[in-house]
Design a protein around this ligand. Structure first.
Ligand code: F0G
Length: 428
């Protein structure tokens, strides 16, 4: 590695070698990947990244490894990539009108190889696993991490072990985990129980842990922010709006933005809004009431991706939100699914957790926190097809158990096989 890089504890600042196989400090604190930014020339970075944008193959064509100087500065042969990233950014259309924000862009991370944002962190995590000589990897997941890990492990020739809460992940994600060959262990209990178990298992059985407690996952994940800014020619939006579950993604976003700011690549700090589901909102509670962190014991939400009561990265997340003068908001089940109907009917489409972004934007505009005239980028984290049940049940108005009404439903209609019947259907 050309750039001096090390691991550092976020609590006691103790440092470790970058290839030390550990996820936490001796004191128990989470670890950051740190690098000596003073040895990096910003003009070199900007021109190198611009040149790589044109690459057709190899790691330079990845929307993560394009920025490898601020991810992991490795030679191409050490990188395991599925050419992740390079996702589109859409004008928010009807979802934008619904939110009230005039200049609202939606970055669609559901366009990644396994259809969620997780691939960006995973390419980096699996590359680190390879460097460290691991042959078996594991994660706990609400679905997307497991789908991503199974695919990257398959590519690398590793065994993957997945811990998921039994019967509680969306079908598209379970299908992917099985299809990519992951050993899929459904456990009694929720995601937080699975997370506790996988930490124990990976320590005792010497298996490489690929949840976002792994600092390399966070490094890869930073590339969302880098790519958004490169797409905007380094013009910084006023706000980034992002859903919060285990709180790795927003941690990565602010960490990356801070590095760009310290390098002088950007000279304005965007504000970050982290949106949680009201039924799984430990960060929001802490933020709103200015209280100590306390897990939510029985998290519940239709947005199963973020049904998490005890997020592993809450301290790092909070650090980033404070740095960006950001905010945490919560949204109800009805708000999530109505916002989703708007994202979907805009022709964009995303899974429920992603749509917290639009629901949260609307709420923050209504409360005057976000100015309508500002510019904002929302991160859509997962593809619409990850959770077809949520879509169908909303449109069939079958979500009463969640207290949700299919307010913007589009009901399928049965018609006779005649021209007359079709004419009537079209005109009514
Ligand atoms: N959106 C989607 C679609 C997700 O899958 C997740 C997390 C999040 C948002 C929240 O991101 O955890 O970084 O705050 N899914 C994890 C998983 C927990 O196991 O797939 P976060």
């Amino acid at each position: 590695m050309n750039i001096e890089t090390w691991l550092e504890c976020i609590n006691c600042s103790k440092t470790y070698d970058i290839i030390d196989l550990r996820y936490t400090c001796d004191c128990g604190g989470l670890l950051d990947v740190k690098r000596n930014l003073q040895t990096i020339d910003k003009n070199y970075l900007l021109s190198t990244w611009e040149n790589r944008w044109k690459a057709k193959k190899g790691p330079d064509a990845s929307g993560v490894w394009r920025y490898k100087e601020l991810i992991l500065d490795l030679p191409p042969e050490q990188i395991i990539t599925k050419y992740e990233g390079n996702t589109r950014m859409y004008e928010a259309g009807k979802a934008g009108e619904y939110s009230g924000i005039k200049n609202f862009l939606l970055k669609h991370e559901g366009e990644n190889p396994t259809a969620s944002f997780k691939d960006r962190g995973m390419t980096c995590g699996i590359t680190a696993a390879n460097l460290l000589g691991a042959k078996t990897v594991a994660c706990a997941s609400t679905g997307n991490t497991s789908a991503s890990m199974a695919a990257y492990a398959a590519k690398a020739g590793f065994k993957s072990i997945i811990f998921i809460p039994s019967g509680k992940i969306a079908y598209g994600k379970l299908a992917q985990a099985l299809a990519y060959g992951g050993l899929t262990l459904q456990i009694e209990g929720n995601f937080d129980d699975a997370m506790g178990l996988v930490q124990k298992v990976s320590e005792k059985l010497n298996i490489y842990l690929l949840n976002s407690i792994n600092p390399f996952r966070i490094e890869g994940q930073k590339a969302i922010g880098f790519e958004v800014l490169q797409q905007l020619d380094w013009q910084v939006p006023d706000w980034f709006i992002i859903p919060g579950g285990n709180l790795g993604n927003n941690t990565a976003l602010t960490k990356g933005l801070k590095e760009l700011y310290e390098l002088g690549i950007i000279n304005k700090i965007p504000r970050i809004a982290v949106i949680q589901a009201a039924g799984a909102n430990p960060l929001y509670r802490m933020w709103k009431n200015r209280t100590q962190y306390k897990p939510v014991l029985n998290p519940e939400t239709i947005a199963t991706a973020i049904k998490i009561g005890n997020p592993i990265s809450w301290e790092k997340s909070l650090r980033g939100i404070e740095w960006s003068k950001g905010i945490v908001e919560e949204v109800s089940e009805q708000e999530i699914m109505d916002a989703k109907a708007m994202v979907d009917v805009s022709g964009i489409g995303a899974e429920p957790a992603s749509c917290c972004v639009v629901a949260g934007a609307k709420k923050l505009v209504e409360s005057g926190v976000i100015d309508k005239e500002c510019s904002a980028v929302g991160i859509l984290t997962g593809n619409i097809l990850k959770d077809p049940d949520a879509v169908i049940n909303y449109h069939l108005n079958k979500l009463h158990d969640y207290g949700i009404e299919g307010k913007y439903r589009n009901i399928p209609r049965t018609v006779e096989t005649t021209l007359e019947a079709v004419k009537t259907a079209i005109n009514t």
